[in-house]
Design a protein around this ligand. Structure first.
Ligand code: ATP
Ligand code: SF4
Ligand code: MG
Length: 327
């Protein structure tokens, strides 16, 4: 059974100039203890999709439709009060810049104590003890709980964020580029730590990253986003060794070296469409080397290619091929 099951999640941002279709009909599943890598070029909607799960969105955003089931409970209709309880305690998010998420004028330990006490009936003393042991679990000396965010290095602050994110034993942790701002050595340490905690606590994890080598090393599944849609999902090995969607193929080809060097995506010729005015048909058609004439007219449906491997591309749709008389 899935721990997290998202179906048809659609989120828009309202701007003066129109509607940004940032997250379109997203569906994904995550089992207990499983890690899913969410990848795609910048502005493909990864952060919006993640934030839409717990409606942690700016005022101009609206979740238009979709359902989110967490551990057998539909949380898509949750009130703001209920959502406040769900965030941290059931689904917590680690953002890229810990400094923005931590209050600079309060000792970090106090911030974790507060998070623990808001979400659980524990005494101040117990919460302080838990905070010290959380510090140790993220390999920071427990004596440093009294220090302020600026007294920690970037890597340590990110580890503090991880401690905070797991403080209430969430069922799912979302890491939105949790290590992007760190140097390579510290990145590897922080990711390893996150991985150890995930396994120990059997948390589900959604890892948003531009780094395919990290996905290859840590994730069981991959979801590839393009122009607000998930265009391909599948087990990590399948996605890396037998990608089906031309965009996934291009992403993998553009990545310098999946097994070694860590880097951001290289470039894929052309640029993603403007989400304010999406072109008709497949949103990748202008950049797709395999595009056929009808790709410009009809948006592809998500097709199940094999167990747990889904892809939204006309190349695999026999019916559409027949309809358009393409053999
Ligand atoms: P990155 O890899 O750069 O973090 P992303 O895949 O996380 O990108 P999002 O941040 O989800 O992408 O953005 C998706 C789209 O929504 C982009 O076109 C972005 O410009 C737009 N967007 C994001 N936030 C807002 C906002 N508050 N108002 C209007 N549009 C927004
Ligand atoms: Fe390319 Fe057509 Fe598939 Fe889109 S639907 S990825 S344009 S082949
Ligand atoms: Mg983002």
């Amino acid at each position: 059974m899935s721990l997290l099951e998202v179906t048809g999640l659609t989120t828009c941002y309202q701007l003066k100039g129109g509607t940004v279709h940032a997250c379109r009909n997203i569906s994904l599943r995550l089992k207990k203890g499983e890690a899913l890598g969410l990848v795609g070029e910048s502005a493909s909607g990864k952060t919006t999709a993640a934030l839409s799960l717990v409606k942690l969105l700016p005022d101009n955003a609206r979740v238009v439709s979709g359902s989110v089931w967490l551990d057998g409970r539909d949380i898509s209709g949750a009130t703001e009060d209920e959502l406040r309880r769900i965030r941290w305690k059931e689904i917590s998010i680690i953002f890229q810049g810990a400094m923005n998420a931590l209050n600079p004028v309060r000792p970090v330990g106090d911030q974790i104590v507060e998070a623990i006490r808001i979400h659980g009936k524990v005494s101040e003393k117990e919460a302080r003890e838990q905070t010290r042991s959380l510090f140790e679990s993220v390999e920071i000396d427990a004596g440093r709980v009294k220090e302020y965010p600026h007294e920690f290095s970037g890597g340590m602050r990110q580890r503090v964020m991880i401690a905070m994110a797991v403080a209430c034993n969430p069922k799912v942790v979302i890491g939105d580029e949790p290590t992007t701002a760190l140097d390579v050595m510290v990145q590897a340490q922080v990711l390893q730590l996150l991985e150890d905690l995930r396994r120990k606590r059997e948390m589900g994890m959604i890892l948003i990253t531009h780094d395919l080598s990290v996905v290859g090393e840590t994730c069981d599944q991959v979801a590839v986003m393009y122009a607000g849609r998930i265009v391909e999902t599948g087990p990590t090995e399948t996605i890396f060794l037998k990608p089906a969607h031309p965009y996934t193929m291009a992403l993998i080809a553009a990545f310098p070296n999946i097994e070694g060097e860590r880097n951001r995506f290289g470039s894929i010729a052309g640029s993603p469409p403007n989400l304010l005015c999406l072109p008709p048909g497949c949103s990748f058609h202008e950049r797709c080397a395999q595009a056929l004439p009808y790709c410009r007219e009809q948006e592809p449906e998500v097709l199940e290619l094999s167990d747990a491997h889904n892809c939204a591309c006309h190349l695999y749709n026999k019916q559409v091929n027949q309809q358009w008389k393409v053999s």
